[in-house]
Design a protein around this ligand. Structure first.
Ligand code: NZQ
Ligand code: ZN
Length: 401
C-alpha cells in the first residue's frame, strides 16, 4: 500500500426531504447572503428552487440568483457570477444542481478573491489560495463534485475544457436528498451511473498493484451502483436505489478510492486516461453528456491497454463480475479479461448509454480537433497504467466508432 493523506471535510446531510433543511444548515456556517447558482430550469420545474429559497428565507438568509448554467459549464457565466458575487457582496456560493452547477459555483467562489481573470487558474498561470465557502443541494449523482477537490470548466473560445484541483475549494456542505433525483430522465440517471463507475475505475487502474482494502471498497461500490442504477431505471421513485447511487457517487470521487493507490504521496490515484480522452469530446461537442462520452471511451481505453496489466484486469473481472479464468493458461486469463470488458460495456449499453461515438452523432473527421486540444492539455503523452501517446489516443478514438 502506498503512502497517502485523505480528508473529506465536507459535511454531508443526507435524507428524505432534507432539501428543506438548507437554510438552517447554511446558518450554522454563518451565511448571511448567498449566491444561489442553478442550471437550465430542472430545479425550477421540480419545485426545488422554491423550497431552497423558502428555507433560506426562513433562516434569515438573503439570496442572489444566478441561473442558466449549461451542462459542461462555460467560462462566460463563471465570469458573470464573479462580478455579481462581488457586486452583491455574498458570503457563500450555493449550488443547486449537479456537477456542472457545482463546478460553476466553485469557479465563482475562487474567482471572487482573485484580482486577475479566473481562467488563469485553468491555464496554469495562477494557483488557488483562497475561496468563498461553497455548499450544494445535489440533484444528480454523477460528477461527485459535491465533495471533490476538482472543478472542470469549458472555454468555448479556445475549444478547451480544463480541470483544476485544490483542497481549498472542497465544499463545506452537501445537502443530499435522494427524492430530488426522482425527476431525473433515464438517460441522465444512466450517464450519472457511468461517470460514478468511471471515477472508481480511473483510480482502480492505477499502477499501485493490489491494495485489498481500497480494491474491495471500489469493487463493492461499482456493484452497488450497477444494481441500484438498474433498480432506479426500472422504478424512478425507488428511494433506496436513488439513495444508494447518490452516496456511492460521493464515495467514488471524494478520494476514498484513492487511498493507498497513488503513485506519489499527496497525488490523486490513477492516470485519468478515460476522463482525459472524454473531456476533449465534451469540450468540442458540449451537447455530449460527460457520462455518455465515458460510456464509449472507458471500454475502448480498456481494450487498448489491458495487456499492460493483466493481473489488475483479472482482479476487476473477479471483484465486479465474479469472473475467473477457467484454467491457468494465458489464453484463458485473456479471455476472462475480455469477457469482463464486454460485460461492463453490455451493462452500460443496457442502461441506454451509447455503444459507439457514432451513436453520439460524432464522426472520425472530428478526431483531429480532439487530438489537437488533447495535446495542448496533456503534452506528448499521458496516463499511468500504460503511457498513451497521441497515436494511442487517436487509435482509441478511432476504435470507438
Ligand atoms: O440544467 P438543468 O435544467 O438543471 O438540467 C440538468 C442537466 O441537463 C439535468 N438535471 C440535473 N438534476 C436534475 C436534472 N433533471 C431532472 N431532475 C433533476 N433532479 O441533468 C443534466 C446534467 O446535469 P450536469 O450537472 O451537467 O450533470 P453532471 O453532474 O454529470 O455534471 C457534468 C459536469 O461535471 C464535470 C463534467 O466534466 C461535466 O462538465 N465533472 C466534474 C467533476 C468534478 N468537479 O469533480 C468530475 C467529473 O469527472 C466531471 O468531469
Ligand atoms: Zn467524471
Amino acid at each position: 500500500m502506498n503512502d497517502f493523506s485523505f480528508q473529506s471535510p465536507t459535511r454531508f446531510v443526507f435524507g428524505r426531504g432534507f432539501c428543506d433543511r438548507c437554510g438552517d444548515e447554511l446558518a450554522t456556517l454563518g451565511a448571511k447572503r448567498v449566491l444561489l447558482v442553478f442550471g437550465g430550469g430542472s430545479v425550477r420545474h421540480a419545485g426545488t428552487l422554491a423550497r431552497v429559497e423558502a428555507s433560506l428565507a426562513a433562516a434569515g438568509i438573503e439570496c442572489v440568483e444566478l441561473g442558466g448554467v449549461r451542462p459542461n459549464p462555460e467560462l462566460g457565466l463563471v465570469r458573470k457570477g464573479v462580478s455579481l458575487a462581488r457586486e452583491r457582496d455574498v458570503d457563500l456560493v450555493l449550488a443547486v444542481g449537479g456537477g456542472s452547477v457545482i463546478d460553476c459555483a466553485k469557479a465563482i467562489a475562487f474567482g471572487v478573491p482573485y484580482e486577475g481573470d479566473v481562467w488563469d487558474f485553468f491555464s496554469g498561470k495562477a494557483s488557488i489560495t483562497s475561496c468563498l465557502p461553497i455548499a450544494s443541494v445535489l440533484t444528480i449523482p454523477a460528477a461527485g463534485s459535491e465533495a471533490s477537490a476538482s472543478c472542470v470548466i469549458s472555454n468555448d473560445a479556445l475549444s478547451l475544457k480544463r480541470g483544476c484541483a485544490g483542497e481549498v475549494f472542497r465544499p463545506k456542505l452537501a445537502i443530499m436528498d435522494p427524492e430530488l433525483t426522482f425527476t431525473l430522465p433515464a438517460y441522465q440517471t444512466a450517464a450519472g451511473a457511468t461517470d460514478i463507475i468511471c471515477h472508481i475505475c480511473e483510480r482502480f487502474f492505477s499502477s499501485a498493484g493490489p491494495v485489498p482494502v481500497t480494491d474491495s471498497i471500489s469493487c463493492a461500490l461499482i456493484r452497488t451502483v450497477m444494481d441500484a442504477a438498474s433498480a432506479a431505471l426500472e422504478n424512478p421513485d425507488d428511494y433506496d436505489a436513488r439513495a444508494n447511487i447518490m452516496w456511492a457517487g460521493t464515495l467514488a470521487h471524494n478520494d476514498l478510492c484513492s487511498c493507498g493507490r497513488s503513485a506519489s504521496y499527496g497525488k490523486r490515484a490513477g492516470g485519468w486516461e478515460s476522463h482525459g480522452l472524454e473531456h476533449e469530446i465534451s469540450a468540442h461537442h458540449p451537447q455530449v453528456a460527460h457520462g455518455a462520452g465515458l460510456a464509449v471511451i472507458l471500454p475502448a481505453w480498456m481494450r487498448h491497454v489491458w495487456r499492460s496489466d493483466v493481473e489488475r484486469f483479472l482482479s476487476f473481472a473477479e471483484g465486479v463480475f465474479g469472473l475467473a479464468p477457467a484454467d491457468e493458461t494465458n489464453e484463458e486469463a485473456e479471455r476472462c479479461v475480455e469477457r469482463a470488458i464486454d460485460c461492463l460495456q453490455a451493462f452500460l449499453v443496457g442502461m441506454g448509454m451509447p455503444a459507439t461515438l457514432t451513436d453520439l452523432g460524432l464522426s472520425p473527421a472530428d478526431v483531429d480537433a480532439w487530438i489537437e486540444t488533447l495535446s495542448q492539455n496533456k503534452g506528448e503523452s499521458f496516463g499511468e497504467l500504460q503511457t498513451l501517446t497521441m497515436d494511442d489516443a487517436r487509435a482509441i478514438y478511432l476504435s470507438a466508432f
